[in-house]
Design a protein around this ligand. Structure first.
Ligand SMILES: [Zn+2]
Length: 630
């Protein structure tokens, strides 16, 4: 495989393949159908990019992740390799032209959304292209038993029939035995060779800590480990808050989330990459394309949605092979909050039907019509008009998108984003000088209290209603305020859009897809239940718990996780513990939980030591139920 190595060196500047990349490449190069089961971050893309470069012709990559496709196309372009991505939101004419370009334009990679295969003419055109390899990324999407079933993936088997001479490579990061077999059947793979990379990460210590004071615990961790860290938080606001709190404690912290301007994203990311900032506080938008090897700690301060994403995010620590930590901080209310965040917002059949019918009346689509039509769509207006809860409605629309009923354009929830950049006192002055604007400015200030501190996405419909003005008047005001440098203003310009892929058929449509909805909701609930198990099961090695979840049984204890450390530690001496407690109480009053955390004692050891001190009259309990010196 010298040729493969040469290509790797020439285009990727790497000298060696990682296990089992070379074996996968060899298998594909020999023209065999191949199944690659590798964790994310295991170097999946090289497995099809390198063999495709070894042959004449074009590699077809099918992926559901638009952002990832764009990222890879840009990445290939940097290496002077011609690639193109045909995603949703491209008109039929444009698509036809672009497929022509693939025929004659010397492209090496064609990235395609699975929805594109729904039109038979697209499959016909692909048949004419000089395809040398078909890579099916996120292949579990073809299985109803996978966690992200997309019916559009079923069309790939039609392609397989037409391209029987071309090897297919199925790639996935998560597939149980059942899903694996299903993928092979559904894609019509011809006795594929299976390559599996273990999910084990020997140098990564999984830690679960129960704590009532998460900030304090983070402070301890970051003081002890001064190398680069990532802290994952639930939402954008928490990003700003946590970064500010860490800065106040003297840490160099920055933040990253999907709502930042491109420039700001780059600057913050750069500060962290170049280690001007020790910590980056981020939402799960942070991850794609990060290639920093020396991350020491990845801390989650809320429960993740599932262990798949947890494994991926925690796995960004220790890529250099050095000992590193994946820390999950939990307190007793987290399970309840997590359920609200992830499970209560899943639409059921009744709600899905309501959203579907409302959407059709909102866009004035008659029964039996709507196919191939694209409509401008304002999500906020829609929710407000029918008093629908935003997240649950978004999930319902997304489900219709996954099922191929319609195609949503991306990021339509944020249209106008502003932040006041002068003190509030100055804003009051502006209002007194410009009474005509007063109502609108007040409506913004009343509804968005944080608008002085962070960039805030405005629900323009809400504001126009409250201030009794038109959208035009409001936008007009915002532009004037921006021109006077009173606010920063960012608007995404275009409205979002929805394209219908089939005709409106009410009951028929909903009944057809609702059985998948039930399966999906069950899977999501089971996934979150596994997260709860992971944080509450203190009787088994954390690494083994994760590997079990990915169907890798019979592993030995890792020896470095929170469970293993606790199991192997020697019991603390009661006298030493009691003295340590006295030293801490000299500083301030403490609860037993706080003492336990600071001293690294078990609850039993703490209570025993406190008992000794109480009996000897050295300490007592104050009115707030805290221990103090006597
Ligand atoms: Zn362990």
């Amino acid at each position: 495989m010298q040729q493969a190595l040469d290509i790797l060196k020439k285009y990727w500047q790497h000298d060696t393949f990682r296990e089992p990349q070379d074996k996968i490449i060899q298998s594909v190069f020999e023209g065999k159908d191949t199944f690659a089961l590798m964790p994310t971050g295991g170097g999946k893309s090289v497995c099809f990019q390198v063999p495709a470069m070894m042959k004449d012709g074009l590699c077809l990559v099918i992926s559901p992740l638009v952002a990832l496709m764009k990222d890879q196309v840009a990445n290939l372009a940097e290496r002077n390799i011609k690639a193109i991505a045909l995603t949703g939101g491209i008109s039929t004419d444009e698509l036809s032209d672009l497929l022509d370009n693939c025929m004659f334009g010397n492209y090496k990679f064609l990235y395609l959304s699975p929805e594109r295969l729904q039109a038979d003419w697209v499959i016909e055109r692909i048949k004419e292209l000089p395809i040398n390899l078909v890579a099916v990324d996120e292949a579990h999407c073809v299985s109803q038993w996978g966690h992200d079933f997309r019916p559009a993936y079923l069309k790939i088997s039609a392609l397989k029939k037409h391209l029987s001479h071309v090897p297919f490579l199925a790639l996935t990061a998560s597939a149980t035995q059942r899903v694996q077999e299903d993928i092979t059947t559904q894609l019509g793979l011809d006795t594929p060779t299976l390559f599996k990379k273990s999910f084990a990460r020997e140098n990564l210590a999984y830690m679960v800590f129960e704590t009532e004071d998460k900030l304090h615990r983070i402070q301890q961790i970051l003081t002890k480990n001064t190398e680069p860290s990532i802290i994952y938080v639930r939402n954008r606001k928490a990003c700003h808050d946590m970064a500010a709190q860490l800065q106040a404690l003297g840490f160099k912290a920055t933040f990253y989330h999907g709502g930042l301007k491109e420039k700001e994203k780059e600057a913050n990311m750069d500060a962290w990459i170049k280690e001007k900032a020790q910590v980056i506080v981020a939402t799960n938008a942070f991850g794609m394309g990060i290639d920093k090897a020396n991350v020491k700690t990845v801390i989650h301060i809320q429960l993740p949605e599932n262990l798949e994403s947890y494994y991926q995010e925690a796995g960004r620590a220790g890529r250099n092979g050095q000992k590193s930590f994946g820390v999950l901080l939990v307190n007793p209310s987290d399970v309840k909050v997590g359920k609200q965040q992830f499970l209560d917002v899943l639409p059921d059949k009744k709600f899905l039907k309501e959203v579907y019918l409302r959407l059709n009346s909102f866009l004035q689509i008659a029964y039996g019509e709507g196919i191939d039509q694209t409509y401008q769509f304002n999500f906020n207006n829609f929710c407000l008009h029918y008093k629908l809860p935003a997240t649950k409605t978004y999930n319902a629309l997304q489900f219709l998108d996954r099922q191929g009923v319609l195609t949503l354009s991306q990021q339509f929830t944020e249209k106008v984003t502003i932040q006041f950049i002068i003190p509030s006192k100055e804003v009051m002055r502006y209002m007194s000088l410009n009474p005509a604007d007063e109502e609108m400015v007040l409506a913004i200030l009343r509804n968005y209290t944080g608008v002085f501190d962070i960039e805030t996405a405005l629900n323009t419909t809400l504001i126009t209603k409250k201030a009794k003005v038109t959208e035009e008047q409001l936008l007009n005001l915002l532009h004037r305020l921006a021109a006077k440098e009173i606010i920063t203003l960012r608007s995404s310009g275009n409205d979002s859009s929805i394209t219908f892929n089939e005709v409106r058929e009410d009951e028929h449509t909903i009944n057809r897809i609702s059985k998948f909805l039930e399966t999906r909701n069950e899977i999501k609930a089971a996934q979150f239940e596994a997260v709860i198990q992971y944080v509450t099961n203190n009787n088994k090695c954390k690494s083994r718990q994760i590997l079990d979840y990915f169907d890798e049984k019979d592993n030995a204890d890792c020896g470095i996780c929170s469970y293993c450390i606790n199991k192997n530690r020697k019991p603390a001496s009661p006298v030493e513990s009691a003295n340590a407690i006295l030293a801490l109480l000299k500083e301030s009053a403490q609860s037993s939980k706080q003492l336990e955390e600071q001293l690294g004692l078990t609850p039993d050891e703490t209570i025993f030591a406190l008992q000794i001190l109480l009996e000897n009259n050295r300490i007592t309990i104050n009115n707030n139920n805290l221990y103090i010196l006597k």
